[in-house]
Design a protein. Sequence first.
Length: 92
Amino acid sequence: MPRPKDAFDGIYPCEFYTPEELLDRDQMYTIREIARLLQGLDPEADVDEGTEAVLVDWAVPWVMVNAADLVIGEPPTDEDPGYYGLRTDGDD
């Protein structure tokens, strides 16, 4: 159910990192690692399963919106996750 804005103690701009601000240009990241980075956490931070699910829910749309600025690495095996990185001039 919608709530009036004045029902909140504070409201803030909805701003997200750009890929250039978030990702190291020489590294590739899983969705779970990107999710942590979007929250200002270390990509290897230990978070509980419920929190991780929420973080991933935010990270997937971020990857989709920023797809033009990203590259995808082939997973090492069929069981491994995909990896995403910052698109650079030398990437095809």
